[in-house]
Design a protein around this ligand. Structure first.
Ligand code: PEP
Ligand code: MG
Length: 570
């Protein structure tokens, strides 16, 4: 079985359409001397054609998917206006008598190599944009079709890579999925596939193209990343059933998309999404969530050897804040260490990294770095409704020190005359048992709590969340964990603040009724699972949920809790 990175959810079964274009732009080099004037003319005509094509595609995209997606095409147009790009091509034609298409491919390959060698994940992905624009220029020069002709029957596109504009030009009535050897969840093509609702698996590896033939039947699971070529009858039947079930659920969720997360007796809670990269904004807004309950800011810092400066962070936070408008966006300050490495900080090797130099402990030890993030967050708060959340707080002094630094950042900005939200709300993750036991104390000093069950379970039960050997012991249904959750929620309500939950438990439908009954105010999980949670909330009453939670708190083991929930909650 083949596997790749799941980038756009959904199951599809259809014949393969292999798209074979080269990995580099390089064309067969012509050795015959060229007519320089003619080649320069071909280049400039092709650039003008490309501009018209892209403007048209941009207009269509803006109508269909909104301005954020259309901006991807503006970036392509900008390359056409960049003298270093097209100018370099003209220079090669003039100075080295190269054919126009050879000049395009040589310059494109240089730019691609340059972008791919960069540290910043965002800049790396600009290589795809160059590939896209350059292929278009070459097709224009050779008089080829800029629109690939697709069959008028269902197909799953299998390619070495797909560019953003190729994704936008896919016939939506026939394309059932996209599978690529290259790429990952944050590439533009992946983001577009999600927005267009096309199931997609990317980064399936270099051998992908050898393993799939055009015309053979393929199953793709955009949630698990699994790919099954030429499935047997049993596998087909299983996946057909799964796909039918998914479709039924999708219709049900679509019907309740714009309805509130409200119980049958009128108790309202809030359903939010967890987010890793700012480019997900549009797709998350379209999914119907009410805001972002956890933006893991550390993803901006990872996979690179230098730290993002204040302006780069500001641009990322502002992008999300502005995209969500008056919907709340909770941005968590840097949470690295543990399993999240940060090459730029050269963190020490530790015996027990999850109990070590992590998250807020690093921010407080390096206030000069923390202040950069706080300033960027505050500046972005002028453009939407941002809330700031501190991770891994165990000691009250840490919270006070973090808040003191936030005040310092505020005074700096005031002195510089830079606008920010003076009333910005500040919350903390509740993911360390010690903090949960002192929830009443912390509740007096923050505006909200968000329970991080992923860590809370490992710290409460002393079970490493990454260790497969003891995975059986890791459960948020452990009565001790449930007691802590209950205590945190109660303490917050007594202090007049609210509590959310942003660990994986928030998206587990089996836990929904229990959490509702424990009094949880906000659930934040993967956007794809939140409709299921909403459906559970809308089909229960608060009275019923409270009775269920009260009983669950009297149970003694994980098995008893799970069995009871299975009997009662689903
Ligand atoms: C958690 O611990 O539950 C959480 C949401 O944070 P992370 O998974 O990023 O540690
Ligand atoms: Mg955590």
């Amino acid at each position: 079985m083949l596997k790749g990175i799941p980038v756009s959810a959904g199951i599809s079964i259809a014949p393969v359409l292999r798209l074979t274009h080269e990995t580099a732009i390089t064309q067969a080099e012509s050795t015959t001397p060229v007519d320089t004037t003619q080649e320069l003319g071909l280049l400039s005509k092709s650039v003008e054609q490309a501009r018209e094509q892209l403007e048209k595609l941009k207009e269509q995209t803006e109508e269909q998917l909104g301005s954020e997606k259309a901006a991807i095409l503006s970036a392509h147009i900008a390359f056409l206006d960049d003298p270093a790009f097209v100018g370099e091509m003209s220079a090669l034609i003039e100075n080295q008598q190269l054919a126009a298409s050879t000049a395009v491919s040589q310059v494109a390959d240089q730019f691609i190599a340059l972008f791919e060698s960069m540290d910043d994940a965002y800049m790396k992905e600009r290589a795809d944009d160059i590939r896209d624009v350059s292929r278009r220029l070459i097709r224009n020069i050779s008089g080829g079709d800029t629109v690939i002709s697709y069959p008028e029957e269902p197909f799953i596109l299998v390619a070495w890579d797909v560019t953003p504009s190729e994704t936008l030009q896919l016939p939506l009535q026939y394309v059932r999925g996209i599978v690529t050897a290259k790429g990952g969840a944050t590439s533009h093509a992946a983001i577009l596939a999600r927005s267009l609702g096309i199931p997609a698996v990317m980064g399936a590896g270099d051998t992908l193209m050898e393993k799939v033939d055009s015309g053979s039947l393929l199953i793709i699971d955009g949630t698990s990343g699994q790919l099954i070529v030429s499935p047997d009858a049993d596998t087909m039947a299983t996946y057909q059933e799964k796909a039918a079930q998914e479709e039924k659920e999708r219709q049900l969720y679509e019907a309740i998309k714009d309805l509130p997360a409200e119980t049958t007796d009128g108790h309202r809670v809030h359903l939010m999404a967890n987010m890793a990269v700012p480019e997900e904004s549009d797709a998350l807004i379209a999914s119907g969530v009410e805001g972002i309950g956890l933006f893991r800011s550390e993803f901006l810092f990872m996979d690179r050897s230098t730290l993002p400066d204040e302006n780069e962070q500001f641009a990322a936070y502002k992008h999300v804040a502005a995209a969500f408008g008056d919907k709340p966006v909770i941005i968590r300050t840097l949470d690295v260490g543990g399993d999240k490495h940060l090459p730029a900080l050269a963190l020490p090797q530790e015996e027990n990294p999850f109990l070590g130099f992590r998250a807020m402990r690093i921010s407080l030890a390096r206030p000069e770095l923390f202040l950069v993030q706080l300033r960027a967050l505050l500046r972005a708060s002028a453009f939407g409704r941002l809330l700031i959340m501190f991770p891994m707080i165990s000691h009250l002094e840490q919270l006070r020190e973090a808040k003191r630094l936030l005040e310092q950042a505020k005074s700096e900005l005031r002195a510089e005359g830079i606008a920010f939200d003076e009333k910005i709300a500040v919350g903390m993750m509740m993911e360390i048992p010690g903090a949960c036991l002192q929830a009443d104390v912390f509740a007096k000093e923050v505006d909200f709590f968000s329970i991080g069950t992923n860590d809370l379970v490992q710290y409460t039960l002393a079970v490493d969340r990454m260790n497969a050997n003891i995975a059986e012991l890791y459960s948020y249904y452990h009565p001790a964990v449930l007691r802590l959750i209950s205590q945190v929620i109660q303490a917050s309500h007594r202090a007049g603040i609210w509590t959310g939950l942003c660990g994986e438990m928030a998206g587990d439908r089996l836990a929904t009724k229990l959490l509702l009954g424990l009094g949880l105010d906000e659930f934040s999980g993967a956007a794809s699972v939140m409709p299921k949670v909403k459906e559970r909330i809308r089909s229960t009453s608060l009275v019923e949920a409270k009775q269920l939670a009260e009983h669950v708190l009297t149970l003694s083991t994980v098995d008893e809790v799970v069995q009871y929930l299975k009997d009662k909650a689903l």
